[in-house]
Structures are given as structure tokens and as C-alpha cells.
Design a protein around this ligand. Structure first.
Ligand code: RIB
Length: 302
């Protein structure tokens, strides 16, 4: 059987406002937009991987409201298996309120809603259903205990685990160092280094090296327009990003991580997978929104 990527994660509806600049605390400004599209770091990464050709099973929860259809629409269209997405009675679907400024940078506030109902028991069941060769991909938008339970159980069963701790949240050291790779942005990399009490890491490459020396089999630190740095048993590599005009960076990290996971599942080594993921991330920043900005295999990458 062809191995699958199993994504246990969040799904949201993203409510967008375009602004010329971000408001300061206490300030009201006028914006435009108001569109609602599918989002959530888990669902985003599941979709990005599916569009890059990986068989994907997504495990999560939506509310019993109209937003659930929006949240799952793109996944279903891309043939991502959503049969293990629960409907949480009396809960709203997760909501992300996103402002995107003229320079393409965003701010995001996530209201978890149904995502908070995904329990360690749900995660355990999802991992038990994984077949040999399946890879687990997780992010930081479910509860800490759900994330830690899933990862520990997957590791015990011999599955590869890819972990993108976004948004950053404390996790036990054995969970952080089990990830292969641990995928972080520069800010998250510093927090992971601090969490593990590692000294002497001054820049992103230094953080990646320190995390690997602490026992993490492989580490990828994303550097926005500068690409990504990756460290594994074969050494360290910096993959620059193609120069593109960023319109909206929302979900670009998820596009990167989903594409990376798809390529690793398909047997690429870390360097080749990162090189592809950087191009997918660069494609995504050139388009508005999270999921609507993701390329399929037929789209030309920068
Ligand atoms: O990474 C981008 C995502 O973060 C958005 O889609 C939003 O839903 C939040 O989860």
C-alpha cells in the first residue's frame, strides 16, 4: 500500500481584512476585503501536501455550523481524506481573524472553537490507524497533551514524525527532539533552543545545529524571503528563496511544511525536499489567502 501522510491538526475559517498598515493598540482604521476562506495550520499543511501529490488523511474537528463547509471544502476538492474529522456539537468551527497590510505582512488571532475538542484519545486512535510507512505531521494549534500524546505514540510505533511548532507553545523535550524534521521559523527556533536550555546558539543556523546536537534527527528553520536552513546527519545546507513580490504571507509557512512533508513521504532526502518546499512557499506569498494560494503539481513554481 502507498504510504500516507497523516495530519492531525487544526482547521479554521480565515476572515480577512486588507489594511494599508496594521492598527496600533486602541486604534480603529478602515480596511477592505472581509472574505472568508479555509485555513488552519493543520488543514493548510494537509492541503499543500495533497496538492503536491501526497495521499493525505486529515484528522481534526469542525463545529456544527455553516463554517464547517468552508473549512473542509478545499480539502475535499483535493481528495484529502477527511473521514476522521469530527463534528463537535455545540461548538463553532475554528476562526482566524487576519489582517494583511500593503507590505504583505499579516497579524492573526485564532479562536480555536472545535479544534479544542480534539483530545489525546482522538489522537491515539488516529495514530493506531496508521499503517507501516505512514508519516505523522503535526503543528501547534491543538492542545499540548493531544500533540504530545500523538507524537509519543507515533514514535513508539516506529512512524516518522514531522513537527511544525507553529504557533510556538511549550512541548516536552522528548517530543521536540523526536521530530524528523522539526520545522520552525526563526522566532520559534529561538524559543525551542530556550525551552531545551541550549546555550551558544546565536543565529538561525546556530539554533538548527544546537537542536540537532540535542538529539533531534533533523531540523529545518525557515527564513522568510531568505529561504531555509536545514541540518541533518548529512550536514548543513542553506537553500535560498527565489526573489518574488510578496502579496500576502498568510499560510506560506504551511505551504512550505506541507510540500516538505509530501516530498519526504515520497522519499526525497532533506535537501531536495527543502529546495522544493522553498519554491512552493515562494509561490504562495505571491497570491492572496492561505489555502487559495497553494500550487498544485501543474502550476509553475518560481
Ligand atoms: O498559518 C496560517 C494559518 O494560521 C491561517 O490559515 C489561520 O487559520 C491560522 O491557523
Amino acid at each position: 500500500m502507498t504510504p500516507s501522510l497523516v495530519v492531525i491538526g487544526s482547521t479554521n475559517v480565515d476572515l480577512f481584512a486588507q489594511v494599508t498598515r496594521h492598527p496600533t493598540p486602541g486604534e480603529t482604521i478602515l480596511g477592505s476585503g472581509g472574505g472568508r476562506t479555509a485555513g488552519g495550520k493543520g488543514a493548510n499543511q494537509a492541503l499543500a501536501a495533497g496538492l503536491q501529490g501526497a495521499p493525505v488523511r486529515f484528522v481534526g474537528a469542525v463545529g456544527d455550523d455553516g463554517d464547517a463547509r468552508i473549512a473542509l471544502g478545499s480539502l475535499e476538492d483535493a481528495d484529502v481524506d477527511v473521514t476522521d474529522v469530527q463534528v463537535a456539537e455545540g461548538q463553532p468551527t475554528g476562526l482566524a481573524i487576519i489582517t494583511v497590510a500593503d507590505d504583505g505582512e499579516n497579524t492573526i488571532v485564532v479562536v480555536p472553537g472545535a479544534n479544542a475538542t480534539v483530545t489525546p484519545a482522538d489522537a491515539r486512535r488516529a495514530v493506531e490507524a496508521m499503517a507501516q510507512g505512514d508519516v505523522l505531521l503535526m503543528q501547534g494549534e491543538l492542545s499540548r497533551t493531544t500533540t504530545e500524546t500523538a507524537i509519543r505514540q507515533a514514535v513508539a510505533a516506529g512512524h516518522r514524525v514531522i513537527l511544525n511548532v507553529a504557533p510556538w507553545g511549550s512541548l516536552d523535550g522528548d517530543v521536540l527532539t523526536a521530530a524528523d524534521p522539526l520545522v520552525l521559523n526563526e522566532h520559534e527556533a529561538r524559543q525551542a533552543v530556550a525551552e531545551l536550555g541550549l546555550a551558544g546558539a546565536h543565529d538561525s543556523a546556530g539554533c538548527a545545529r544546537a537542536l540537532r546536537e540535542a538529539g533531534t534527527p533533523s531540523v529545518v528553520v525557515t527564513l522568510g524571503p531568505e529561504g531555509a536552513v536545514a541540518v541533518d546527519a548529512d550536514g548543513e545546507t542553506h537553500v535560498p528563496s527565489p526573489r518574488v513580490q510578496a502579496v500576502d504571507t498568510t499560510g506560506a509557512g504551511d505551504a512550505f511544511t506541507g510540500a516538505l512533508a509530501a516530498r519526504l513521504l515520497q522519499g526525497d532526502n532533506l535537501r531536495t525536499a527543502v529546495a522544493h518546499a522553498v519554491r512552493v512557499g515562494s509561490y504562495a506569498v505571491q497570491h492572496a489567502g492561505a489555502q487559495p494560494s497553494y500550487p498544485s503539481l501543474t502550476q509553475e513554481l518560481p
